[in-house]
Design a protein around this ligand. Structure first.
Ligand code: ATP
Ligand code: MG
Ligand code: MG
Length: 143
């Protein structure tokens, strides 16, 4: 049984479905902890070689959307009767997920096959692709 499950959440339908599966897995094991992680990042502007400061208003929008996304995830785990942590972490999604799994000793990563992005002809999005490619622990990709 998996006891330290990491679920990557971006607010998409696929991620919500993946979260449902992760909850079921956590419910199957009495000692399981489910960590739900949402990565958010500020857009970066290059002017020549230098990184330009991010406009404060845009900065706030990105943060507020991340807070909302995390609230949705919290609602979904709330009545599941499991030990769960829901966190938002700044950084690129694949890097954040892989690093979190290492730091926290996760034994399973659960991702949706696709997320909020658009190109449906591919089975995997770039985040799920990168996580599957670089993870050193089992990854469950939920379609
Ligand atoms: P792309 O982003 O490459 O345009 P996509 O949005 O369709 O494609 P992904 O972003 O790879 O697909 O999403 C697949 C899964 O990866 C999601 O269901 C979710 O589990 C995870 N994921 C994606 N973005 C994030 C994020 N910002 N934070 C946490 N998990 C994420
Ligand atoms: Mg995406
Ligand atoms: Mg993307």
């Amino acid at each position: 049984l998996f006891t330290k499950i990491l679920l990557a959440y971006d607010g998409s339908e696929a991620a919500s479905k993946a979260l449902g599966r992760a909850i079921e897995l956590a419910q199957a094991s009495p000692d399981a902890v489910l960590d739900v992680v949402h990565a958010y990042d500020y857009p970066r502007f290059f002017i020549g070689e230098a990184l330009a400061p991010i406009p404060a208003t845009l900065n706030k929008d990105v943060y507020d959307i991340a807070v909302q996304t995390v609230e949705e995830a919290k609602k979904q785990v709330q009545h599941a009767g499991i030990h769960a942590n829901v966190e938002m972490i700044q950084g690129g999604p694949a890097e954040v997920i892989l690093e979190y799994a290492k730091q926290n000793g996760s034994d399973l990563i659960v991702v949706g096959s696709r997320g909020l992005g658009g190109i449906r002809e591919f089975v995997l999005g770039s985040v799920s692709h990168n996580v599957v490619q670089h993870a050193t622990i089992p990854v469950l990709v939920v379609k």
